[in-house]
Design a protein around this ligand. Sequence first.
Ligand code: ATP
Length: 374
Amino acid sequence: TTMKTTDNGSGDVRLSGISKTYGSFTAVHPLDLTVPQGSFFALLGASGCGKTTTLRMIAGLEEPSAGTVHLGDQDVTALPPYKRPVNTVFQSYALFPHLDIFENVAFGLRRRGIKSVKKQVEDMLELVQLGEQARKKPHQLSGGQQQRVAVARALINHPKVLLLDEPLGALDLKLRRQMQLELKRIQTEVGITFVHVTHDQEEAMTMADTVAVMNAGRVEQLGSPADLYENPQTTFVANFLGTSNLIEAEVDTKSGDDIVLKAGGGKLVLPEARCSAPTTAGGKVLVGVRPEKISLVHADAAGEIPENRNRITGRIAHSSFIGVSTQYVIDSQVCPEFEVYAQNIERDARLVPGADVVLHWSPAHTFGLDAAQD
Ligand code: ATP
């Protein structure tokens, strides 16, 4: 069964200069954002960053202080929520306790006066894999199943956009993970635009095609999960998505497509394309590298490191074996708590706390941030 909407472009969400102020406090600074039809889009950020307010302005539950909301070609800024072709799933899914699952899902159709609902409701229950549960009451279902009923109920009227406000927030971790994959599958199957609000970076990365990382009422960076992870543009994004080691460095010279930087008496190389800071000589850059991109060798084996690697020296402060990898914390002159996740390295008995080591990694896995931006 395919439920894809066919009218192209109709599910684009376009925010133009949209903002929200409460008195003198700005919850959302003027924001321009386009969510393409059919994509799974996540608004990601810590509590209070403005993501829910943004979502509620799309839904019509919050009136923008300025700017417009378009759904497809339609300017919906002045429309009340029920006249917008969107529906919202909240964390508190508030199913009708006295109605069975079938009737909970049928509700939106019946309210519109539609008499023959059976086929549509059954198809929808099939989509969320609750075909067998149709005659149960909400309290007889698990939290994850109840959340799927809420999704089915929200999709039954074929909204062009489904908004999800921390829908998995009440579930335990294991169920959350299952539901992330489940929601992704449902979105792919129905093909409509999903805009999902979450504070959980792993959740956003797992589900979304595009993630907008929000901080203090602004979108700091927008991109695919891989792009945000590999090429963070700000220290906030570098630290919010996973762990980054950041080294204070100074631009020395350029060499072809690379920048050469000075850091703690040594040098580091960085492709210019991966640097979001100004690259004039003498400029300060935070040089970043992810912990899993780094190799670690005992100082005595430093001679075996290939030429073209970035390297720094340090001393192991702690190590912890966590099964898939060993995590090391390294004290070095250029970065006080350098984290290294070593996988698949041969276990070297010398790599114990107190040992002198050399860390090395490829310039291609190095990124540069503007040290002066915050
Ligand atoms: P959370 O995950 O905690 O819901 P959020 O990122 O979704 O956080 P918002 O709910 O969008 O954040 O709120 C953004 C900011 O606006 C917060 O600082 C909040 O206190 C403030 N805010 C929200 N609603 C109001 C209101 N009605 N009056 C005044 N300030 C508000």
